[in-house]
Design a protein around this ligand. Structure first.
Ligand code: SAM
Length: 352
């Protein structure tokens, strides 16, 4: 097992590519600590060569939990009547940015459910106001599928980056996770539009989502290898009590960590977060994610009254944590790993 694992890693490092069957073969090693450690060491070496010892921090602002979509796995899905819905206004959002900026955060990630509750005019005004007030900061949006025209308007208003996980590249699997009226083709079209417009584009998927197996993940890796996103977000699936997947098993921490390392080898320059989902499932998730080759941690900037209402899965962490404590936590992770928090925008380093 170890030999074929090492051969495949060698091949990936040399060619920057494997075929789907080879990815599948490689994935079988995720259960073995030795293989995980070898992969993690290689991933950290790659990260260091490109991004040095930096951990990039992002200020996450969950601007609304109102969602018109009914994704079967998500706690804020439209049909969940147990959610107290909210929508931040521009002054709430700017005050989150202000609090983050005081800590040195220079990327604000505006994430939310998909609905018309913010129309393009309102969103463009918010993006423009953030950039006007914090000109040395980047704005990342994570607001789901939109038309080319809307993405372009937001980009022209100053948005720099967009996160939109593809969720799964297997069409049959996609249909098992989403209702009839959601379209796989539209998700992919959205990702292509974002890249064409010029956003630093992020994609990714949940690890261990219902019905997922290693074949699906191998195909997801091949898709990411080809699509070459600048950011890749992967986190374990965690069930939410008000969804039909309430009784499903959560994703595996070991597999998530293995995938973070593998993605660092496939896309060495990618900005890869140690996600909140990983840290919600494993109390050392942020640290383990960084040790596996991630280089981004998001800090939730929303005040109490908002963040406890954005429960996309059960037992989400940081819901009652004070902002200063979250920041100190990331600082101590960086120190423990002989790394440092980077106080710049933390843009993707394009190959020049
Ligand atoms: N609506 C936007 C979108 O779809 O991109 C942004 C918000 S959505 C809640 C952000 C991400 O949360 C999704 O891409 C999905 O991968 C993740 N997510 C949703 N439910 C989850 C769950 N039960 N466990 C883990 N991650 C989940």
């Amino acid at each position: 097992m170890l030999n074929s694992f090492l051969d495949l890693i060698d091949k990936l490092e040399k060619n920057g590519s494997l075929d789907t069957e080879e990815y599948k073969e490689l994935l079988k090693s995720y259960k073995y600590p030795k293989e995980r450690d070898i992969l993690a060491a290689k991933a950290c070496e790659k990260r260091k060569a490109i991004y040095g010892d930096n951990i990039f921090i992002r200020g996450l602002i969950e601007i609304s939990n109102i969602c018109g979509n009914d994704c079967l796995y998500c706690g804020i899905r439209r049909s969940n009547k147990n959610v107290t819905r909210y929508k931040m206004d521009k002054s709430d959002i700017l005050s989150c940015c202000e609090n983050g900026y005081c800590l040195g955060i220079k990327t604000f990630v505006l994430q939310g459910g998909e609905s018309g509750c913010f129309n393009d005019d309102v969103l463009c005004d918010i993006v423009h106001s953030i950039k006007d007030r914090f000109p040395d900061c980047a704005v990342t949006l994570s607001l789901g599928e939109k038309s080319y025209k809307s993405y372009k308007r937001l980009f022209d208003s100053g948005a720099d980056r967009y996160l939109l996980r593809h969720e799964t590249i297997d069409k049959t699997h996609y249909k098992k996770l989403h209702p009839e009226n959601m379209s796989y083709e539209n998700r992919i079209r959205s990702l292509n539009d974002l890249k064409e417009i010029g956003y630093q584009t992020g994609s990714g998927f949940m690890v261990g989502s219902p019905f997922q197996d290693l074949n699906h993940i191998a195909k997801d890796l091949k898709f990411l290898e080809d699509f070459k996103p600048q950011m890749v977000g992967i986190g374990p699936f965690i069930p939410h009590k008000d969804t039909i997947f309430a009784k499903e098993q959560p994703g595996s921490t070991d597999l998530t960590l293995f995938l973070i390392s593998l993605l660092r080898l496939i896309l060495p320059r990618a900005l890869i977060p140690a996600t909140t989902a990983l840290a919600s499932l494993d109390k050392d998730g942020y640290k383990k994610g960084i040790k596996a080759g991630a280089n981004v941690i998001m800090i939730n900037l929303a005040p109490e009254g908002f963040k406890e209402k954005y429960q996309i899965y059960d037992d989400k962490i940081c819901v009652s944590e004070k902002l200063a404590d979250s920041f100190e936590n990331v600082k101590s992770i960086a120190e423990a790993e002989n790394m440092k928090i980077a106080f710049d925008r933390g843009d993707y380093k394009f190959d020049v």
